[in-house]
Design a protein around this ligand. Structure first.
Ligand SMILES: Cc1cc2nc3c(=O)[nH]c(=O)nc-3n(C[C@H](O)[C@H](O)[C@H](O)COP(=O)(O)OP(=O)(O)OC[C@H]3O[C@@H](n4cnc5c(N)ncnc54)[C@H](O)[C@@H]3O)c2cc1C
Length: 173
């Protein structure tokens, strides 16, 4: 296990589509890191941007296409390379003795919570995850949290801040 002080190439080994503008990328790299830390992802001659670690072993990133860099990453395929630096930032400081833990995240703030939930479960905590997004369609990792709920009893509360209007609900928009 290690940390990358210089941009280090990693190959994409898996890509999953999470919603209409978010994909999760699994890379053939391992880092010494904790939930809550992030890496810098670099595409040579283009740009470098920060992304939270969904997992450090293997390095996994959840990337929402909002601009030039993230749209280009979305075009990458399995076998393509992404360069990584890090980890950076401080991981979550969850006390090992907590028995009941509420994890709250919105938007791509949900990215590290699945990993943190698994760590807290392993320490015997009772975990509730509150995951938020602007709309139901923007909600991230709902199915992954649901699978964790089925497997290990994690409580999951999905929240959307913009509810559909009656007209949208009728038309399915
Ligand atoms: C510590 C840290 C961790 C991060 N973790 C993640 C992560 O796990 N996954 C992830 O997808 N992003 C994450 N981000 C955000 C990501 O780095 C930015 O979205 C990045 O700037 C996108 O680069 P871009 O060139 O594609 O778009 P930019 O040109 O930088 O942004 C294009 C436009 O989109 C807006 N924008 C940026 N992000 C969002 C968003 N999420 N939703 C709506 N509008 C947005 C910007 O304000 C700008 O107007 C993180 C940022 C930080 C600082």
């Amino acid at each position: 296990m290690n940390c990358f002080t210089l941009p280090t190439a990693a190959r994409i080994t898996g890509i999953e589509t999470d919603n209409y503008r978010t994909k999760t990328f699994v890379l053939d790299a391992q880092l010494e890191a904790a939930p809550g830390q992030f890496i810098m992802a670099w595409l040579p001659r283009f740009d470098e941007k920060p992304f939270s670690l969904v997992s450090a072993d293997p390095v996994t990133l959840m990337i929402t296409a909002v601009g030039p860099f993230t749209r280009l990453v979305h075009e990458l395929q399995v076998g393509d390379r992404l360069w990584l630096r890090g980890p950076f930032g401080r991981g979550f400081d969850a006390p090992a003795t907590s028995r009941r833990v509420a994890l709250v995240g919105g938007g791509y703030g949900v990215a590290p919570l699945l990993w943190l939930a698994r760590r807290q479960l392993a320490q015997g905590a009772h975990v509730t995850a509150i995951i938020g997004a602007r709309t139901e369609a923007d909600l991230l990792y709902g199915p992954r949290f649901a699978a964790l709920a089925d497997a290990s009893g994690v409580g999951v509360i999905p929240c959307a801040s913009r509810l559909k209007t009656a007209a949208q609900a009728r038309t399915g928009a």
